[in-house]
Design a protein around this ligand. Structure first.
Ligand code: PHE
Length: 352
């Protein structure tokens, strides 16, 4: 086997040690520097080749040569880093001294603007209408006591709405409120009449199809004072319909049942799509050819609710109404499926 004389390896190391700093210095770009580095330290690099010769050196000198190789390797690595930083700095200095960016210039592509979700837009409009009529805004929790959501509102314990199939119950016996009518109970238990409140909020029901979602939004309005009558309710409903859907929007009440009102009614407005509430024509598919569309439930607050909240039902009377905001928004924008509100698809949202 051929023996590489110690001197030959020494010479090669010395030559490399002498030459590599100049080679690094000559590299002007990061890529050039990395290429040069690879020529020395890479798998087929010069120092790696010298290392391979080590096995051929006389055993007694291998240790000394090995140490020299390691020293040189560390030198190369250190110099590489140093030169890399110098190249970086030079590039940055050049960037900074170049013509400065004008950060105030408008972009070439028009920026996408965020805007209100249709449910928020409708909620704000409805709040503004009731605020204009003198109602204050009341808030309340999503997780509620059974008695505030059902019991004090006159629901018997075996009412179907209290069923596991209809309402979400927590494991500790509370529930996710199934309507915003819980706020009537909370407000009337906390303060004495007269009062006029609205309560917007999320509500939850085990319901899921094209027009029902397990979570949706309601807005409740209620007013308690002396000698409040159905006529006041009717007046507020007309004003609401006019302000939300435009002057001349017809309103009608159909008798209906809710445990916490007496009498109770469902409210229809003349179909905002076909405007055929005069009964002269068949209407459209959105109003199922009736010319009318249901928008909310309402009624005169039941004496049992007043009594449950510690309010004298002989002295005070009041009305309440509750609407689904998704429904109002679907009617306003002609949206066919409630799920569209919750998917947050920008192609949908950008249309409003
Ligand atoms: N809470 C009723 C519902 O969710 C709506 C309603 C509110 C009815 C106020 C009458 C009075 O269906």
């Amino acid at each position: 086997m051929e023996t590489a004389p110690k001197d030959t390896i020494d010479q090669a190391l010395a030559a490399l040690a002498e030459a590599f700093p100049r080679r690094f210095e000559a590299a002007e770009t990061e890529q050039a520097l990395r290429d040069e580095n690879a020529k020395i330290l890479g798998k087929k690099g010069e120092l790696t080749a010298i290392l391979k010769e080590l096995g051929k050196a006389p055993p007694e000198s291998r240790k000394a040569i090995g140490e020299k190789v390691n020293v040189l390797k560390r030198d190369v690595e250190a110099r590489f880093e140093e030169r890399l930083r110098a190249i970086e700095k030079k590039r940055r200095d050049a960037d900074l001294s170049a013509r400065p960016f004008d950060l105030t210039l408008p972009g070439r592509v028009p920026a996408h603007r965020g805007h209100k979700h249709p449910i928020n837009a409708v909620r704000e409009d409805v709040i503004a209408i009731f605020a204009g009529l003198g109602f204050a805004v009341h808030d309340g929790p999503d997780v509620e006591l059974e008695e505030n959501n059902f019991g004090k509102l006159g629901y018997p314990p075996d009412h179907p709405a209290t069923d596991m199939q209809d309402t979400f119950w927590t494991t500790d016996g509370h529930l996710l409120r199934s309507h915003t009518s819980n706020i009537q109970v909370r407000a009337m238990s906390l303060q004495k009449p007269p009062m006029a409140f609205i309560a917007p909020g999320s509500v939850f029901r085990r319901d899921d199809d094209a027009t029902h979602s397990p979570m949706f939004h309601q807005l409740e309005a209620f007013l308690v004072d002396r000698r409040v009558s159905m006529a006041h309710l009717r007046g507020v409903l007309s004003e609401f319909a006019t302000r939300l859907y435009g002057p001349g929007t017809p309103v009608r009440l159909r008798p209906s049942y809710f445990p916490f009102v007496e009498p109770g009614a469902e409210v229809d407005i003349g179909c905002v799509f076909c405007r055929k509430a005069d009964g002269t024509r068949a209407g459209c598919s959105l109003c199922k050819h009736t010319g009318w569309i249901e928008i909310l439930g309402c009624g005169m607050i039941h004496p049992v609710v007043f009594e449950a909240c510690g309010i004298d039902s002989e002295e005070w009377t009041g009305f309440a109404l509750g609407m689904g905001l998704e429904r109002i928004a679907m009617l306003r924008y002609g949206i066919p499926n409630i799920k569209l509100f919750f998917e947050n698809d920008p192609r949908f949202l950008a249309q409003f």
